[in-house]
Design a protein around this ligand. Structure first.
Ligand SMILES: NC(=O)C1=CN([C@@H]2O[C@H](COP(=O)(O)OP(=O)(O)OC[C@H]3O[C@@H](n4cnc5c(N)ncnc54)[C@H](O)[C@@H]3O)[C@@H](O)[C@H]2O)[C@@H](O)CC1
Ligand SMILES: Nc1ncnc2c1ncn2[C@@H]1O[C@H](COP(=O)(O)OP(=O)(O)OP(=O)(O)O)[C@@H](O)[C@H]1O
Ligand SMILES: [Mg+2]
Length: 367
């Protein structure tokens, strides 16, 4: 039994629509126009996560990839790749004098100063749980929201929301990417009952998907319509009103760090989506006076050749990021089997893009 809130388009139709929000490669574009994305994360314990996220973002095709991390993580992340711009701007308990009396807005100042030059943020990969760091990142979230900059929240970034849901409640330009455990924590914090795995596995496959979608929809609703990508054997995507299931085949190895390919890909899709809505190029679609909100309106846009509304493109961006990640995982697993690592997904991003989405019409791919 499919939930009435799901869009019913095939993957082929959805990928065709995703291609509309991918900017073509044209000589007229200058550096930065195809995406300036920053990953906010990386601490003394975790340097891989922000690197995998930023590299996925870069390899999918954004022009500029920044990492904003804690001081001790910066030289390490830089050493992984000279392509990334790494800024050691995140304070922690090790770098402030008195952890009890910090001025979080002031400490966040140098990061907030960067925001106007960015199209999208990914907040959380390898951020860690240092109290000072999390307070400063909460200030960055407030500032990004006030400047309408879209962001993805993952990992320890989700912890900030679990403790203070008001930070993002009602902010539509936001995608949350919880794994099973993070989803459970968020649901508990917001008083949403999630069926246990035992309860869900007693259901048939259709009912199982329906139950999972219901919890995802409820979480999104409780957060005022943010988009939630609930990761698992298939990813459930919902904005509280409309849902899509992402079930592109993935790999069988569950090594850590695969969620980082997802967040980085989402960062780039969010940047491209902003360029699409800014009409950076002619998408070849008809004008559209409507602003889709309901599931039926989203469905109608997916079936038409009209320009899409922000609600539709956000769902598509989330679905595309999920599909790319799962395809990377499938292909990397095919090559590496049980030795597969997160870095193997990084190498697959461009191939996955070409196989699933392909270059949009008008792209000059050869000189
Ligand atoms: N190379 C790196 O730098 C990596 C850093 N990471 C960072 O590590 C930090 C902690 O992330 P964690 O994801 O470990 O979060 P948590 O510390 O909240 O741990 C989640 C726990 O849940 C378990 N779990 C996951 N999926 C499950 C499922 N379906 N059913 C039952 N249990 C499940 C995991 O094994 C893990 O022990 C984050 O900052 C994250 O970004 C991870 O993303 C892994 C890679
Ligand atoms: N059982 C599964 N079958 C197929 N794909 C899965 C399965 N579980 C997760 N995935 C996929 O793996 C990717 C990462 O999801 P996962 O649940 O491992 O996130 P995570 O725990 O946050 O990862 P990370 O270690 O990067 O923090 C997602 O794209 C998801 O679709
Ligand atoms: Mg994770």
């Amino acid at each position: 039994m499919e939930s009435v809130h799901h869009v019913t388009a095939s993957s082929k139709v959805l990928f065709t629509k995703v291609r509309k929000i991918v900017p073509p490669m044209l000589e007229k574009f200058h550096k930065g126009q195809l995406g300036r994305v920053a990953v906010i994360g990386g601490c003394v314990d975790y340097t891989g996560a922000p690197y995998f996220s930023a590299m996925a973002s870069a390899k999918l095709g954004c022009d500029m990839s920044h990492v904003v991390c804690e001081r001790s993580a910066a030289p390490v992340v830089k050493s992984y790749s000279p392509n990334l711009m790494v800024h050691p701007l995140l304070p922690s308990s090790d770098t402030v004098k008195d952890t009890q009396s910090i001025d979080a807005p002031a400490l966040a100042g140098p990061i907030i100063d960067m925001l106007s030059r960015l199209h999208a943020l990914v907040i959380g990969p390898g951020l860690g749980r240092d109290g000072v760091t999390l307070k400063v990142v909460a200030e960055v979230i407030k500032a990004a929201r006030s400047q309408s900059i879209p962001f993805v929240l993952d990992a320890d970034g989700l912890l900030i929301v679990t403790e203070n849901p008001g930070l993002i409640k009602g902010y539509k330009e936001c995608i949350l990417t919880p794994n099973v455990v993070e989803f459970g924590r968020l649901a508990k914090a917001l008083g949403i009952k999630v069926a246990s795995q035992a309860e869900i596995s007693q259901e048939g496959n259709g009912d199982q998907i329906s139950k999972e979608s219901e919890a995802c929809e409820q979480l999104s609703k409780a957060l005022g319509g943010v988009t939630v990508v609930q990761k698992g054997p298939h990813d459930v995507i919902s904005n509280g009103v409309t849902s899509i299931i992402s079930d592109t085949k993935g790999g069988l190895k569950r090594s850590g760090g695969q969620g980082d390919t997802l967040t980085g890909s989402l960062g780039t899709f969010l940047a491209w989506r902003a360029a699409y809505h800014d009409k950076l190029w002619d998408s070849g679609e008809q004008d559209n006076a409507n602003d889709a909100q309901t599931r039926d309106e989203v469905q109608a846009e997916l079936e038409s050749n009209k320009r899409m509304s922000p609600t539709t493109t956000l769902l598509l961006a989330a679905w595309a990021g999920s599909s790319i990640t799962r395809e990377c995982s499938r292909k990397a697993f095919e090559a590496k089997g049980r030795s597969m690592q997160a870095s193997d997904l990084t190498d697959e991003v461009h191939g996955a893009f070409l196989r699933l989405i392909g270059e949009p019409e008008g792209s000059q791919t050869h000189l």
